[in-house]
Design a protein around this ligand. Structure first.
Ligand code: UDX
Length: 433
């Protein structure tokens, strides 16, 4: 199959590289000439484990190409995937679809034969209908089918998620499009990954419902964690105790500082906007969004409490800035709200993150950025683990305590058993234990 990927960001690049690895002929398109030049030189615009090797191998095999020339990339393609950004629109929280529609018009003008257009970007219900209208208006001589095919990739584990998905969701009622999609995903189909064919609007909603459900699961356990702290229970055991019930499931029950990232915050808001537009409230998700927003600030207060209630004149080390490990992504990271509430209280912040410091510097230029965890904790009054990078899991706690002004640890990811931290002399607090 000849596949064209419009947008070489996170989703487009990972999907394009994986499709080419299946043996398809893939061209990734992006308007950003600098990004395309870097990709051609083998430089990845994002940090994602394994992506550089996957790209290099498929470029070398001649199956993966990069270009800024959308027109020539669409010419002769069997399928064109739209994988451009759909950020939250400033002011109202609706998904901003201007990139999707602009790409659709450009694709329509470049179509030279029968083609399948696939929306991979996360788009609100009904977007496929609008893309179809654009196609019907601008493409006169060729059969065009518009399909929804949401992605369920986790940053940091995206290649594995793409190649061994729990399911593939394909929204179309067009028989030719189904055939093309079946062919594109055939290697996974052979691996027995379930493919769910459904209507296009249903497929669009599945993506939002999945992310909102996962965000709900996390928020649920976060509130249970607060209750655990109040009543003297252990949230890790509660998670295990409920998660072993197959109807609940073990995953996404890890209590922490609140979810962040490029998907959950934006997609829950967009789902609420759709529910408003259709006057069908989804009250659980309304609560999830508000609880999660409050939680990030509450984490700042938790640190201040560990400092004895007073921030002025204190110095705190923040370990982990990205919204989760194995990514350099700072979008909606809990660290941003935590650092803000600390600096508002007069705290000086020293910080370390294995991959996220470049992006963090642009958002928080006034922190003292350090080369590793041990440097970050020098002379501080508390150390806060915000992101559970592996390098923070086996710190020499005695060395950390000795380097600090006061050995206080706030472990927002429950990385350490309380007894280990206490043995090293820490006044230790964590989440829900
Ligand atoms: C998510 C979805 O998992 C993926 O299917 C979708 O396509 C995109 O959004 P991602 O944002 O990359 O992926 O990360 P994920 O691993 O889901 O974590 C999201 C946030 O939830 C992070 O801030 C993480 O720290 C938090 N989280 C996750 C918890 O606090 N507890 C958990 O148990 C799991």
């Amino acid at each position: 199959m000849r596949i064209t990927m419009i947008g070489s960001g996170y989703v487009g690049l990972v999907s394009g590289a994986c499709f080419s690895d299946f043996g398809h002929e893939v061209t990734c398109v992006d308007k950003d000439a600098g990004k395309i030049a870097a990709l051609e030189a083998g430089k990845m615009p994002i940090f994602e484990p394994g992506l550089d090797h996957l790209v290099a191998a498929n470029v070398a095999a001649g199956r993966l190409k990069f270009t800024t020339d959308l027109k020539s990339a669409v010419d002769g393609a069997d399928a064109v995937f739209i994988a451009v950004g759909t950020p939250s629109r400033r002011g109202d929280g609706h998904a901003d679809l201007s990139y999707v529609f602009a790409a659709s018009r450009e694709i329509a003008e470049a179509v030279t034969g029968p083609i399948v257009i696939v929306t991979k970007s996360t788009v609100p219900v009904g977007t496929g209908d609008k893309v179809e209208e654009i196609m019907n208006e601008l493409v006169k001589d060729h059969a065009v089918a518009v399909v929804s095919n949401p992605e369920f990739l986790r940053e940091g584990a995206a290649i594995g998620d793409f190649k061994r998905p729990d399911r593939i969701v394909i929204g179309t009622e067009d028989e030719r499009a189904k055939q093309v999609m079946r062919e594109i995903y055939r290697p996974l189909y052979l691996n027995e990954s379930p493919i769910l064919f459904t209507g296009r609007r249903t497929s669009e909603l599945i993506k939002y419902a999945a992310n909102a459900f996962l965000a709900t699961k996390i928020t649920f356990i976060n509130e249970i964690a607060d209750l655990c702290e109040a009543v003297g229970a252990d949230v890790q055991d509660v998670s295990r105790g409920i998660g072993l019930d197959n109807r609940i499931g073990k995953k996404f029950l890890h209590a922490g500082p609140g979810y962040g990232g490029s998907c959950f915050p934006k997609d829950t808001l967009a789902l609420l906007k759709t529910s408003e537009d259709y006057e069908t409230p989804v009250r659980i998700v309304e609560a999830v969004v508000s609880v999660n927003d409050n939680r990030k600030r509450a984490m700042g207060r938790k640190v201040l409490k560990a400092l004895g209630g007073e921030g002025k004149g204190k110095t705190v080390a923040i370990l982990g800035l990205t919204f989760k490990p194995n990514t350099d992504d700072m979008r909606d990271a809990p660290s941003l709200a935590i650092v803000q509430s600390l600096t508002d209280a007069g705290v000086t912040v020293r910080a370390h993150d294995p991959e996220g410091m470049e992006a963090a510097k642009a958002l928080m230029p006034d922190l003292h950025y350090c080369n590793d965890a041990y440097e970050a904790v020098q002379g501080t009054d508390a150390v806060v683990i915000v992101t559970e990078w592996d390098v923070y899991r086996a710190l020499d706690l005695q060395r950390v305590a000795a380097a600090m002004n006061a050995p206080v640890m706030v472990d927002l990811r429950n990385v350490y058993p309380p007894s280990d931290a206490e043995r090293a002399g820490f006044a230790y607090s964590s989440i829900g234990r």
